[in-house]
Design a protein around this ligand. Structure first.
Ligand SMILES: *[C@@H]1O[C@H](CO)[C@@H](O)[C@H](O)[C@H]1NC(C)=O
Length: 211
């Protein structure tokens, strides 16, 4: 082969083999995250603890207005998942607990019930079809990326589930928080949702919204 081409191909091979030998990118939490996650910690300072997380062993405190608590193990808590396209969280639902309608802009979700009974649903964006299931111990349900969904404890005992995500930082937008937990002017919420002003003011008061 002509020598300059040979040189070019050996450079190309060197570049692609470098990409392949990067086994992981444990988050360096001392630096800010960008759209692709956190910068990588130096491989020499990575330890086994970076690939394990104990924070999901403890039940979340469900003494709150939704009687529910989500404990995340996303890249910010669990540096080992950075760059891997996966993460996980623990979902504790007290009796009557609810995770209100919400979306994860950056990941699909798969839920597995460990204890109790959960009524879960998702709504398609294309034609607003509601898909509902009642899930018991061992059942799983998947929630496609970006779609509105919810979980309710529909049993008589506390419920426990784990949810894993197809990204290290799935993001979260809770519909009621977007409408009632900020300074979105009441008249504009009314105009854009067709809800009554009295109902909007009531929910703003409950959630700490203003205007
Ligand atoms: C749970 O949260 C409530 C309300 O903030 C608090 O009063 C209670 O002490 C907490 N319980 C535990 C076990 O931390």
């Amino acid at each position: 082969m002509y020598l300059p081409y040979l040189f070019f191909f050996s450079l190309l091979l060197a570049a692609s083999s470098n990409a392949l030998v990067q086994d992981f990118c444990v988050a360096d939490l001392s630096l800010p995250a960008g759209p692709a996650g956190y910068p990588c910690k130096k491989a020499a300072s990575v330890t086994a603890d970076d690939f394990a997380y104990h924070g999901l062993a403890t039940a979340g405190n469900t003494s709150n207005i939704i009687s529910a608590f989500v404990t995340p193990a996303f890249d910010a808590q669990f540096p080992g998942v950075n760059g891997l396209g996966v993460s996980i969280a623990r979902l504790d639902l007290g009796v009557g607990g609810v995770i209100p309608l919400h979306t994860h802009p950056a990941a699909s979700e798969i839920l597995v019930v460990i204890e109790g009974t959960i009524c879960a649903g998702l709504i398609s964006s294309f034609d607003n079809v509601v898909y509902l299931k009642t899930l018991n111990k061992g059942d799983v349900m998947v929630f496609p990326q970006g779609l509105l969904h919810f979980q309710i404890n529909s049993g008589k005992t506390p419920a426990l589930a784990f949810v894993s995500f197809s990204g290290p930082n799935p993001g979260l937008q809770i519909l009621d928080f977007a409408l009632f937990k900020n300074d979105f002017p009441t008249e504009l919420v009314a105009k854009t949702t067709f809800l009554d002003v009295a109902q909007i003011k009531k929910l703003k008061a409950v959630l700490g919204g203003t205007n």
